[in-house]
Design a protein around this ligand. Sequence first.
Ligand code: A2P
Length: 280
Amino acid sequence: MNKCTFTLNNGYEIPKFGFGTYLAEDKTLIESVKIAINSGYRLIDTAAFYNNESALGFAIKDSEINRNELFITSKVWNTDRGYKQTKLAFEKSLNNLKLDYLDLYLIHWPANKKQFSNAKEINAQTWKAMEELYLEGKIKAIGLSNFLPHHIEELKETAQIMPMVNQIEFHPGFAQVELVKYCQKNNIIVEAWSPLGRSDSLNNKAIKSLSRKYDKTPAQIILRWIVQQNIIPLPKSTTPSRIIENINIFDFELDNDDIELINNIKESNAECANPDEVDF
Ligand code: A2P
């Protein structure tokens, strides 16, 4: 692997590849995290909403890797938005994880106008709490998840600190080109959730043909397509062989034409969520 981290806009280093944990239940999660760490994953992504922070905390304590070599992310859930609630939610996450700092803390979803007439104010207050936690040294980097350019522009009106990361849904058929361009232009590192489109993208015809061409699995083709765009994929798996397979993508390169081919995939049966329309 070349340099295996990106430098965030505050100078902190973030691994170029991560491990997703959504829907992993405690016992399986502990086993999968152990395999992931042993296979070279250093970034592990959870959220209060995933309800597995305590299990992840156990897996971290149980691992033979020093805490400062790991990069742990969590997120404040939608029912905890706002200044006071965010601070409480953060302490709860930290306590569940049995850690004394987080590497990255994200706002899981922006409050949207469909649900809240004061959405902009709610997001600003949530962000203010994140900024203070960051300045107190309890979080090494702060960021967003599922924010569209217009949410970020609104946030900028009151923010003292620019977000360092935006974690978005990103997979073949849902490449969110304009959003990625906007983030990268604004020095915000993009992370990809559901990079395999909840495994739907693995069956795409173009992906299958590239898999034959490069003699790599469909998952490896997709994950390689993501890292070549300087985006951090967060694939999830609880299958040991797949956990290992997914991170083994640093020994080949896709041609520009093949990147374009994947960029042009239109269909996806995955979530393809619009943050302005969700009602949770
Ligand atoms: P499993 O956990 O049984 O291995 P996404 O990260 O896009 O949400 O996709 C997660 C889904 O993709 C899970 O159902 C996971 O199944 C499956 N998956 C992860 N890695 C691979 C892989 N290398 N090959 C096939 N399926 C995979």
